[in-house]
Design a binder for this molecule. Structure first.
Ligand code: ZN
Length: 430
């Protein structure tokens, strides 16, 4: 498949000036040429042409924390405190069959492709099924096989969930888009032995480990009561970081300065989810500026659609910088270019550094269309992206050299069929 992007604007690095009138040739999955010389004739007969000076190309965002099948739970429980909300959610999650998980993931992939998202770190049950759908959709997936005891959600229990993880290990070998991961739910729902077993598996298989940590103040206070220390310090004390696993910690909303240092020293990836935290009224705000200075990798996630209620990572960016500004009384402490870097560059830099928009790299490119009333005028491209754009402004999406959406048309999934099936089957959850 040959793709030509012609006469577009390119954000190659978040801190460099935007390049104008650029053409990018994608041949056999790779970026064969990037040129801003209009006289050059690149790919005279491409399969797909993406052209226009109001189009902005950049590395596709990666949603670094979510629970994809929960798209089916969008709007099922709102405006309730966490524990009441969780009761609603766990009651419905008990009813999620394999085929509903597949359907919810299809809906999620459709939503992500149409908002120009190029990859996702997911944390859920049945990653063997979720992984297949992600592979078909064409985006990248870091698949966290959930470990959560049946007393919370009846999804087979820990032994069964480890069997799913083994299936996942086989599946990822068949796709260049997929990476396996193991995901014990959190330090307060999963016992120490299981958490350390998951770390061992991550080290042995050379894969990332995902875990929720310090999401709510209540969880932190309980940890302090029971163990005398907050959750991340406890993880450190039990040896979670000893072998230096590639760890993706979701939320880290209520953490101490000492924990910031632990996360920085261990080069942890922090997948924080500002919309979900605000919606569920956690009160805390992830100390993003301190985490960045301590050396942790900060990345953005939407969390599941039951607590967001969308997978639109562009809207999440605006919330991210605004909530930090409001919390710190300082609009410059976490700028638009900082959050754009954390969303489109940071996670990718850790796991797929060969997919930035450079000649010779695998082609992963998201294209935004600025020819729309809410994105004009353009005093500052990055400001418009972070503060004014939303997912529907994505024009095209290329991942691993394959075009997944072209001029708003999704090419890998059948939208009509998926939407129809979701409407038909939603009643199964009531
Ligand atoms: Zn989560």
């Amino acid at each position: 498949m040959d793709i030509l992007l012609k006469n577009i604007q390119l954000i190659q690095e978040p801190t460099n000036p935007i390049l104008e009138k650029v053409s990018i040739a994608v041949e056999n999955g790779m970026i064969s040429e990037i040129s801003n010389s209009p006289s050059k004739r690149l790919l005279p007969d491409p399969d797909y042409l993406i052209e226009g000076k109001k189009l902005i190309a950049l590395p596709p965002p990666i949603n670094s924390h979510t629970h994809l099948p929960m798209t089916l739970l969008r709007g099922i429980s709102d405006d309730k405190p966490l524990l009441e909300w969780l009761k609603d959610i766990w009651r419905v999650e008990n009813k999620l069959t394999e085929s509903l998980i597949e359907l919810g993931t299809k809906l999620a992939c459709l939503e992500m492709i149409q908002s120009g998202t190029g990859g996702v770190a997911d944390n859920y049950f049945y990653q063997n099924i979720i992984g297949k759908v992600i592979h078909e959709s064409g985006i990248r997936g870091w698949l966290g096989a959930a470990l959560l005891p049946s007393k919370y959600v009846n999804q087979g229990g820990l032994e069964f969930q480890e069997e799913i993880f083994k299936k996942l290990l086989k599946l990822v070998k068949t796709s260049p888009l997929l990476t396996a991961s193991i995901a014990p739910h959190s330090p307060f729902t999963v016992d120490e032995e299981t958490i350390l077993h998951a770390v061992e598996l991550a080290i042995k298989e050379e894969i990332p480990i995902m875990i929720h940590a310090s999401e709510t103040r209540e969880e932190v206070l309980k940890s302090e009561d029971k163990y005398g220390i907050p959750p991340i310090e406890r993880l450190s004390r039990i040896g979670f970081f000893n072998e230096k696993p590639k760890a993706i910690l979701a939320h880290c909303t209520w953490i101490t300065q000492r924990e910031v240092h632990i996360l920085g020293e261990n080069k942890v990836i922090i997948a924080w989810c500002p919309v979900s935290s605000q919606k569920l009224a956690y009160g805390g705000v992830t100390p993003v500026p301190e985490l960045r200075s301590a050396g942790a990798y900060v990345s953005l996630g939407t969390d599941g659609t039951a607590s967001n209620n969308t997978l639109d990572i562009w809207r999440e960016m605006r919330e991210a910088t605004n909530v930090i500004s409001a919390d710190r009384w300082d609009p410059s402490i976490y700028s638009a270019s900082n959050v754009l870097e954390d969303t489109c560059w940071t996670f990718r830099n850790v796991f797929k550094p060969n997919t930035f928009i450079k000649e010779g790299n695998v082609a992963d490119i998201s294209v935004l269309n600025f020819y729309t009333p809410h994105l004009i005028p353009v005093h500052n491209v990055i400001s418009n992206i972070v503060y004014a754009a939303n997912g529907s402004d994505c024009h095209s999406l290329i991942v691993n050299g394959q075009i997944l959406m072209h001029n708003r048309q999704t090419l890998t999934l059948n939208q009509e069929k998926i939407l129809e099936e979701v409407e038909e089957r939603t009643s199964e959850l009531n």
